[in-house]
Structures are given as C-alpha cells and as structure tokens.
Design a protein. Sequence first.
Length: 258
Amino acid sequence: MLNPTEREQQQGTSAEPLSSERTLFSICFTSRPGSALAQFGRSWFGRVNGGATLQAFSMSGLAGVASIGSAPMPGRHLGLHAPFFAPAPLRKGVRLDEVTTHLASFAANRQPIETGPLQLTRTHRTLTLRPTKPRPELDWLALQCFNAFDSYADRPETIEGEQPHLNPHQRLLLRSFGQPNVMSEYRFSLTLTGPLEEDQSERLSNALRPLVSDVCDVGIRVDGLSLIGSVKEQTAGQPLATNSGRPVRLLGRYSLAG
C-alpha cells in the first residue's frame, strides 16, 4: 500500500520522465487534487493535461461576464501555484532523482501551514492572492527550501537591468544568491494573471472578487510541496533561459506530514 506522500507523487508525475541534463527545477505549493482551491484553479486557468503545464491563460473562469480584453499569462505557467524555490538549472553532475529524494524527506519532516484569510491584490502589474497578515511560518518554510535545495542549482550570471522594478536590497540578493525574492524579501503569493494595464487590472479584479471570495475568507492550507520540472532552451548568442516558453511539468507532490 502506498503512503500519502507516495500516492501524491504517483498522481502528479508525468509518464515521460525528464532527464537531468538541460532541466530546470523549482519547488512550489500546488493545491491538493479535488480541493476547493484546485477546483477554482481549474476553472480559472482552463483544463489541465495529465500533470503537464497549461499553455496559456484561459478566460473560461470569467464565463458570463462582460469582456475585459486579454489578460496574459506566462507561457510556462503551471496553473495555480505559489513558489517556494524559483526555477533554476540543475548544477552539473546533479541528478533530478537526488532532488526528488531530498524533497520527499524534507516534506515528510515539516508540518502544514494555514495561511489565514487571503486578499486579491495587484503586485508588479499582476493580480495575486496573498495572506492579509504576515505569516512567519511561510517565510520560514521558504528560507528552509532555499537553504536545502540551493546547492543543487546552477546560478547563471543575472543581468540586473532586465528587472528594473527591484529595490536596492533585492538587487543585493540577486547578486549574492541569484534570486531577488528570497529571505526577507520572500512573499507567499498565488499569481492569477500576467502583466496588466491599470484599467484592465481594475476591471479584472472586479470580475474576480466574487469568484475568490470563499477562498479568501477561509484561506488555504499549505499541505504539500511540489517538484516542478521543465527543459531549458538556448537561443544562439543568448544565455540559457530560466523562464522560456517551454511547458513545465508537475513531477511529484509531497505531503507536509511532520
């Protein structure tokens, strides 16, 4: 008989495995299949294909409301998720199954976390769901993820000019750790859209609020960590992309069972 962690891993793993070579990995919270949050995510983003990424934003979640124009999503978006460890290439010599084994053990020794009520808010031109009050437990989990899995990551040189919205502290973190939103700058966030103009954001927010009101009132239970994989690609003369248009895949979901 499979234990809960093994059952979740089996359900979330794609039949075609990714090789370690040229693979990006990240660690996220994704909703438990069958939960209210998962149902909302499926309605909002469109259909899910056997654990594979959604190809683009879907307007299916706004059926019956007035047209608000397009609301773009990142091409590699994995539906509704909150990142704990941002996508990074595997370091040379590291196998993907090493990360998988470590994550299963890591999750088994940590407890679920309640977010408390959420709010729909605009963050860097995108619409997100975030806890209304600080949750140090979530920040601590993100820091533990970074400390536990950064040794598996290859950190290519990052061009600061490509991220003009960063504050001085985030730029320091980017130069030091290859990521700007770590440690004190981490914020638990479920991203619902890509970049929006201000008027578009306002209209979409008004349409979204009744759809997320129940989830926001109750909050969510962060009860698992998911390993996400994708294949990096390189354009001639350009550095390896960590956010390309290639699909991503849910490789396994591991219960927080500590």
